[in-house]
Structure formats: C-alpha cells, structure tokens
Design a protein around this ligand. Sequence first.
Ligand code: AMP
Length: 187
Amino acid sequence: MKLILFGPPGAGKGTQAEKVSSHYNIPHLSTGNIFRYNIKNETELGKKVKSILDAGELVPDETVVDLVVDELQDKKYDNGYILDGFPRTIPQAEALDKYLSSKGTAIDLFLNLEVPEQELIDRILSRADGRSDDTPEKIKTRLAVYHKQTAPVLNYYKEQDKVQKIDGVGSINEIFERIKKALEKVK
Ligand code: AMP
C-alpha cells in the first residue's frame, strides 16, 4: 500500500500518518520530520535547510526529491509506505511518479485531508511542539506557499483518479476511522 497523505499545514497529516503507519504496519515518511531531525543534529543538510524552514518556505525540489528517492531505496519501504509532506510541488509529484514507474509501481491512493482555513490557523497556534515555524507570521507564509505551490498537486492526482477526500474536522479517532474506510478499497 503506497499512500500520500496530503493537506494544508495544520490539517493533521503527521498525526494521522502515524496512526496509519502503526495500524497497517507501513513506514511513515515525513520530509518535514527528516529536515527537523537534520536541523537539530546540525548536519550538512540541516544547515542548508534551516533558514528555509524557519521562513516557512519550501526546500528546493531537487534536494527534496534526492532525499526521498534515496530514502525509498531502504528495504523497509518494499511493502508500502505513507508519504506525509511530499510531494509538495508539481515537479516533485512528477519526479515521484517517474521514480515509481521506473520500479514498475505507482501510488495507490492520495488522501486529501480537508480542514477549513481558520481551523488550520487555530490548530497550529495551539500546537504544543514548539516548532519555529508555528508563529502567526510564518503560518501566513506557509498557507500562501501551500495555495500557490502545493495545492496544484491535488489536481495532478485528480487527473490520475487517485484522490480520496477525507473530512479532517473532528476528533483524531473520528478522522482516522474515515481514513480506514477509504483504505478498505485499496488492499
Ligand atoms: P511539514 O512538517 O511537512 O509541515 O514541513 C515543514 C517544512 O519543511 C516546510 O514548511 C518546508 O520548509 C519543509 N518541507 C517539508 N517537506 C517539503 C517538501 N516536500 N518540499 C519542500 N519543502 C518541504
């Protein structure tokens, strides 16, 4: 089962991806988590991307694609995975498709977590994990980046008929139940 969990910042992608990962026993690949880990550990990659994450902008496509393609070589991804925060631009989606088709495979389903804008802002501001990009100013930038660069990715997968929308309002468990229902069709 190869899944993409998509949605604007604050939609709950990380939380739901964790739940999907443990329930279906597939790895969760979050590019944001990888970047934050590298920043914390002051690696070369971390130094390169820190100011970009701090500003709420996007890391260049080539850096992200190289990272993901490299990561997907690991055997632990052989039986499927859930991608969270990637792809975030059309070129990233195209690169992912190209990589997967070179392996004779493809994404099974694209889950679009839908949450109204004001709720996104409220959720991010009440998030307790101390992210440096969770301030009102940065949220504005991240939402603008999402609308401009990331939202078109939804149409890209719509054209492939892979999109399943998920109502992202409710309790964590309610939302997870909706995701499980959507995934019944996959396996
Ligand atoms: P996230 O945890 O998914 O919200 O990602 C946090 C930040 O990491 C984003 O605001 C971007 O700066 C960067 N990032 C994560 N994934 C990507 C991606 N696929 N493309 C570009 N930048 C990314």
